[in-house]
Design a protein around this ligand. Sequence first.
Ligand code: UTP
Length: 483
Amino acid sequence: MTTREAALRGLARQYGQDHVFQFWETLDRTGRDRLLTDLEQVDFPLMRRLAEHWVLAAPEPEHFETIRPVPVIPVIDPSRADAQTALAAGEEALRAGRVGLFLVAGGQGTRLGFEGPKGAYPIGPVSKKSFFAFHAEKIHNLQRRYECVLPWYIMVSDTNEAETRAFFEGNNYFDLRCEDIFFLKQRMVPCVDESGKFMLDQPDRLAMNPNGHGGAIPAMVENQVIANARGRGIDILSYFQVDNWAVKVADPCFIGYHILHRAEMSSKSHRKHQPREAVGVHCLCDGEYRVIEYSELDLYPQLLETDEQGHVVYYAGNPAIHVISVDFIERVYRDFEHFPWHRAHKQVPFIDQQGKRVEPEEPNAYKFETFIFDALRFTQHPPIALEIDPPGEYTPIKSFSGDNSVERAWAIMRDYWAQWLEAAGYRVPRDEAGRITIAIEISPAFALTREEFLEKPRGRSWPETGDIAIDADGNLIGSKPAN
Ligand code: UTP
């Protein structure tokens, strides 16, 4: 037995997980190496703590003496003085090269059920361009406008790293400089069954999942993102999620408010109209800045209150769009062992004792994850929350149909872009009920905002029938003429 095997067997035994070696005798050299490599990634004391707290005992909800709504900066009206000052500060930071982009794309994308990384999903309704391509086009636009380089740090995981890298390479890095794109890998954590035991995904593989978007904190420090950013003079990161098609990356106004408020971590926020909307809520719990998850709202009934006009009192929903200071990430990293973990009860396929693969029909296991918004509670300066209008900023995509879906996002963005076209004097075909009857898509490399769009289309003639997809140069692509 090698010392490596002996050490890992010893640890597994000490923590009651030595059943993971049950198929050892049947494994070849490569298989044995794979199993040991998985086990080397495991933080055994942490896993024991999580299983004892979340699986073997009934976890107690946190108790707060007071819960209050957070202060929110209202949706930007460009004529407001504070918005103008913020815009100027953000634009100055962009021009000075102080801003980098941090994209989290390491999730498993289970609900969308797409073969391949979620970022490679062909979200463009006409062009079939991927999420990655759309985000890259936003970067082209901003780099052109602010004459800056926006380095793009992309978090991936064991579940999609190789395919994501290949996708970027196959698409020539979307014509961005590959020296400005960095892939960094987050850690994986084992799933446990209902008695807290690790599970096998294969005879030689643990069942594991990425450690949640909160895993961005250690991933940024341990993969030298922070060092790289500092070396480039970057002190601010614009954080976004791959499945938010509409997200405004490196939004200058948002960055400006962050700078002017000397915030360490800032959030966008969207107004909840229904108490039970499936979204986390920003609030102050015993004075500490928190996001309470949607699944925990019933534990804190005041979060469901409405006022006399029927408006939700705790209305600051969390769309997972942040600006984070580089110094702050380093500080939270030093405290990461106090970072909270969350559990989810899920269906996790596994290999049973007879070596047969089981595909459960009911949740049979717990996955543990950390969430980036929990970093907010570690801030020493009050975070800001900037309210947004979701269309054009927030179209999260979790599945193909229903809420937070591809179909919903297509409809929202179609209506949003139709307003630009109509403001520019084009006729957008609608049925008798006023519903738009075509697909619409505008490349963010051509125009990121309505103002930019209105400056550009003069003299162009797009047809008034058929789908409208406008590419980076303002040309019409893939139009399907209406009958
Ligand atoms: P979600 O939590 O919605 O997960 O991630 P998901 O992977 O997209 O989809 P499901 O839940 O498996 O259906 C929100 C964002 O956070 C990233 C995702 O890639 C997505 O951009 N994420 C999530 C990570 O980068 N790592 C994780 O461990 C989890």
